[in-house]
Write a protein that binds this ligand. Structure first.
Ligand code: 4NP
Length: 153
């Protein structure tokens, strides 16, 4: 079982999008029993709130199922619970370290570090552009899945 936690600032836009895109990808490849996939926030702002309308609309447009997700905060204990903790941008990574401490087991990455073009996934909360977010999240999840599948062999 590979346990993956996607992390962003609020856990209402990018990381829930990544959670449900990743669940969709692994399901389509018949790998859903091999993965546990969740998402969390580094800030407390949106805890308990549902997915942002822009993320929901994009998932619907792409016919990707999503559940009744409520934002939850990353906690120190998550470091032991998960194999991969994947932030969306560099500032997330700094905030993740603040919560979990040192990354002694090399579990923390930016999602797009797995792509051919490593970069941040900018925050649609500020840009309002969920199309770009979706393309970036999909690219990152596809690249991460290919990486993990090689590790599983
Ligand atoms: P996310 O976007 O990190 O992609 O979920 C944000 C959502 C809410 C806030 C910031 C970013 N906020 O400040 O409440």
């Amino acid at each position: 079982m590979i346990k993956v936690l996607f992390v962003c600032l609020g856990n209402i836009c990018r990381s829930p999008m990544a959670e449900f895109v990743m669940k969709d990808l692994v399901k389509k490849q018949g790998l859903e029993t091999e993965f546990q996939i969740e998402s969390a926030a580094t800030s407390s702002e949106e805890i308990g709130n549902g997915i942002h309308y822009g993320t929901m609309a994009k998932l619907k447009e792409k016919q990707i199922l999503y559940g009744d997700k409520k934002a939850q905060k990353l906690v120190k204990e998550d470091y032991e619970k998960f194999d991969y903790i994947l932030g969306m941008e560099t500032s997330n990574i700094r905030n993740i370290y603040r919560i979990i401490g040192e990354d002694n087991e090399n579990k923390v990455y930016r999602l797009l570090d797995f792509s051919k073009n490593p970069r941040d996934i900018v925050d649609p909360w500020y840009t309002g552009n969920f199309d770009v977010t979706f393309d970036d999240v999909l690219e990152g999840c596809q690249a991460f899945l290919e990486f993990v599948k090689k590790e599983m062999k």
